[in-house]
Design a protein around this ligand. Structure first.
Ligand code: GLN
Length: 483
């Protein structure tokens, strides 16, 4: 039962082959048995899951239908869940029970999805390896000595290990697409503003975006359908109608113009990944796509710009964690300043503290123009590059990551080495564009992803291309040994 995709589960539930309650029991048992190896969950919500599953079964018995009605999922632990710990992977929020549901959580619950638990993540979503979590590192089911990617590593490892069919995640600089690539999943970062950020604990508000992690493009379409839409509670939510994503899957790729940026194939890219990217291009050509070389000349500036803008926003967002209003408070503070200092010093881990300091520095009066303002100008140039490229092509294709998943601990002493791994993903966040990573082969037994980028609100086009690719390849069906 645990091998089923969301689409297969929906069919099985509709045909009364099994109930949501039965499926939920099977998956909860599987999580209890296998997750100790992976550490992909921070909290399990067995009771909630079983009551939601029973309610979904009752709704189906009453004639209701829906692709998510009775479908088991999990939420990255930065989506607020009412009455349930929402830790953001941090000691700071270890004792925080959200007083309300995030819009994404509420929408999926209303659609009948069953919440199995809250997944592990890098602390405050800062990281590319899921090693900065207060709850310990997550392991990659493809090789337990390797990282699953981050920051949505818990969602990725759990779905890849068939502990559940799909999970929510968020992507500020790659945290849906990069763990998807490292664990052989399909992950979609929607257009900025497509999915509500209300109740999603903020890291860098102008970059953060929620989206689905699943095994197939078909399942990403189903989960995105339940997540997307205008939300008056989120001032950056965009009031655009949500198309039927599942209906977009079957379009022909005949004549689709795919741009491959020449800058992607620089010295930093593992040549074995470059080869797999070229293979995926050939596969899409066979399906009728037309390949064009394009250029994104400002790509080289994106990492420094991102690692100024994201920490700057984080330093502001995380100022609310002061030991007074939420979460952790130090013991026996001597005075207010001592309370702030020790609560934050003890509650935040090293990477979060580093980002707060970098961000506060970049925003300080003497350095604002030199760093923050300059980074914002680069951000516009990166966006302009994409706008020019999308005048010539319909989709941009390249690697999701320069390397496959590295060994646990390999980059711990060098944060910049980890930042550099985000080179292919962060540009989409800077520009606000939608991006998808799909499985495209293996290097040394570790999965490799190919990234597709599209113009604003063209999530359906990304899902269409990935689905057609998946009808003609079987990378996405491979299962890690032992799971
Ligand atoms: N690795 C990037 C960072 O650490 C992106 C993380 C994310 O997308 N949440 O900021």
């Amino acid at each position: 039962m645990h091998h089923m995709t969301l689409a297969e589960i929906a069919r099985g539930l509709a045909d009364k082959k099994f109930s949501s309650e039965e499926l939920t029991q099977v998956l909860l048992a599987r999580i209890a048995q296998l997750d100790p190896q992976l550490n992909s969950f921070i909290s399990l919500t067995q009771e909630l899951a079983l009551s939601q599953a029973k309610a979904a079964d009752a709704r189906r018995a009453n004639g209701e239908t829906g692709a998510l009605l009775g479908a088991p999922i999990a939420h990255k632990d930065l989506f607020c869940t009412q009455g349930i710990r929402t830790s953001c992977g941090s000691k700071m929020l270890d004792n925080f029970k959200a007083p309300y549901d995030a819009t994404v959580v509420a929408k999926l619950a209303a659609a009948g999805a069953v919440t199995l638990g809250k997944t592990n993540m890098d602390e405050f979503a800062m990281g590319s390896a899921n090693e900065s979590s207060y709850y310990g590192a997550v392991k990659n089911p493809w090789n337990l000595e390797h990282v699953p990617g981050g920051s949505s590593g818990g969602s990725a490892a759990a779905v890849a290990a068939r502990l559940l069919p799909a999970a929510t995640a968020t992507d500020t600089g790659g945290s849906i697409r990069q763990p998807a690539a490292f664990t052989n999943l399909t992950g979609l970062k929607p257009t900025y503003g497509r999915v509500s950020r209300w109740g999603m604990i903020a890291y860098a508000s102008s970059l953060d975006q929620g989206g689905p992690l699943a095994r197939t493009a078909e399942d990403c379409a189903i989960l995105l359908q339940g997540m997307a839409g205008f939300d008056p509670n989120d001032s950056t939510s965009i009031d655009e109608p949500v198309p039927d994503y599942s209906a977009s899957l079957n379009g022909s790729l005949q004549g689709l113009r795919i741009g491959v940026p020449k800058e992607y194939f620089s010295a930093g890219l593992d040549p074995r990944i470059a080869e797999l990217v070229h293979n995926s291009v050939k596969e899409l050509e066979k399906l009728g796509a037309i390949i064009k070389e394009i250029s994104l000349p400002n790509m080289q500036h994106a990492i420094p710009a991102y690692y100024v803008i994201a920490p700057a926003e984080a330093s502001s967002n995380l100022s609310r964690f002061d030991g007074v209003r939420f979460g952790y408070r130090c013991e026996n503070p001597e005075n207010l300043i001592d309370l702030y200092k020790r609560s934050r010093g003890e509650g935040f881990g090293a990477e979060v503290q580093r980002r707060i300091m970098v961000g506060a520095y970049a925003l300080s009066a003497g350095y604002y123009d030199a760093y923050y303002l300059k980074a914002q100008k680069i951000r516009r140039l990166v966006k302009n590059d994409f706008m020019a490229a999308f005048n010539e092509v319909d989709i941009i294709l390249g690697p999701t990551t320069p390397n496959p998943a590295w060994k646990l601990g390999a980059k711990n002493s060098d944060p910049v080495a980890e930042y550099l791994e985000d080179v292919y993903t962060i540009t989409a966040n800077l520009a606000g564009l939608p991006g998808l990573s799909m499985p495209a082969g293996f290097v040394d037994g570790l999965p490799v992803g190919v990234q597709l980028l599209a113009p604003y609100f063209q999530e359906g086009r990304l899902l269409n291309v990935a689905h057609q690719y998946q009808l003609n390849t079987d990378w996405h069906t491979r299962t890690p040994t032992g799971f």
